[in-house]
Design a protein around this ligand. Structure first.
Ligand code: ADP
Ligand code: MG
Length: 317
């Protein structure tokens, strides 16, 4: 449905390119999360996918046709591709229902009412239809932005760090609801985030971007378990570099286990910090080398213990 070919973008006056030779494609009803550190080029990429910014080189094809450049049209963008902005572009002097209906003005009254009701229901706003936007919580306002975007009947939704100003659990619930909405409305979604939990929670595939380049794209488990580079691995969590018998092993903190008989080595615990549910431990082995690992119980400082890891948990780059 969406084909991105060799996209490049360099802002004038900048020495480095923001997006470098990015290519990938997206299927219908697929959810792709674009992740990467701040400044890696995610937002720039998304703006080009939305048709809001002209690439220096490369094309974005939607349903087999190249997107028009912003300056070639009256209103920048594509009518089937919709960017949901986090600064909710709602009308402050209209009720929730009016805000949605406003987007449906070109339809007849009956369809307007019917579709509005459906969208409010889909976005969990039915009981709030007569409220004014300022009476809504942050999460409810985000739902309203989404309902308005859906009213335009897009096929592809683009979201840049959505819900990032919300509390973690509210954000998690909204992301889960979003996946259901996307399935129900048969939409594709590209979501940009710097938070890997968002990506793992809702995406079918994850694309990792670094310094404007697409380093890896694949299904969630593949990107997590077979990261192409140490940077990708570390983006998803703590990775230990362990030297044993003259060999280097890359092991995730969660794969380092006390009392395991495989690949074992002795450590001295230097700290054990409660993280809610688990303890994050720092320990030293063969002198001063540091490892981090998790445990379900608090470990005593300066205690000695044996850690090990399964051979199949090793990351290879
Ligand atoms: P991300 O969304 O991953 O944080 P951005 O796409 O916003 O990354 O930025 C990528 C790079 O382009 C960064 O180095 C940023 O400083 C630069 N950049 C972004 N927007 C502009 C702009 N309008 N003018 C100049 N440089 C920009
Ligand atoms: Mg950004």
């Amino acid at each position: 449905m969406l084909k991105v070919k060799n996209l490049h973008k360099k802002y004038s006056g900048e020495s480095l390119s923001a997006v470098v030779d990015i290519s990938f494609s997206l299927k219908e009803c697929e959810v792709l999360a674009v992740v990467g550190k701040s400044g890696s080029g995610k937002s720039t990429l998304l703006r080009m996918l939305a048709g809001l910014m002209k690439p220096d080189a490369g094309v974005v094809e939607f349903d087999g046709k190249p997107l028009k450049n912003p300056e070639e049209q009256l209103i920048a963008g594509h009518d089937k591709i919709k960017m949901v902005f986090q600064d909710f572009q709602v009308k402050p002097n209209m009720t929730v229902a009016e805000n949605v209906k406003y987007k449906l003005l070109h339809f007849n009254k009956e369809y307007q009412a019917e579709r509005c009701e459906e969208l409010l229901d889909t976005c969990g706003l039915s009981t709030l239809a007569e409220k004014m936007p300022h009476e809504l919580s942050g999460g409810q306002q985000q739902r309203l932005s989404l309902a308005r975007a859906l009213a335009d009947d897009p096929k592809l939704l683009l979201m840049d760090e959505p819900f990032s100003n919300l509390d973690p659990i509210i954000k998690e619930d909204l992301l889960l609801e979003l996946t259901e909405i996307v399935k129900k409305e048969r939409l594709s979604l590209i979501l940009v985030s710097h938070d890997t939990r968002d990506a793992l929670l809702i995406a079918d595939r994850i694309a990792y971007v670094e310094e404007g380049r697409l380093v890896q794209i694949g299904d969630n488990e593949t990107v997590y378990k077979q990261p192409k580079t140490l940077e990708v691995a570390q983006f998803f969590g703590r990775v230990n570099e362990i030297s044993l018998d003259g060999q280097k092993h890359f092991i995730r903190a969660e794969d380092l286990t006390p009392q395991l008989e495989e690949n074992k080595f002795e450590v001295t615990v230097s700290s054990s910090t409660f993280m809610g549910g688990v303890y994050l431990n720092r320990a030293r082995y063969s002198g001063r080398k540091l490892v981090v690992f998790y445990s379900s119980e608090k470990l005593s400082e300066n205690s000695n213990m044996v850690l090990g890891f399964k051979g199949r948990c090793q990351l290879h780059f």
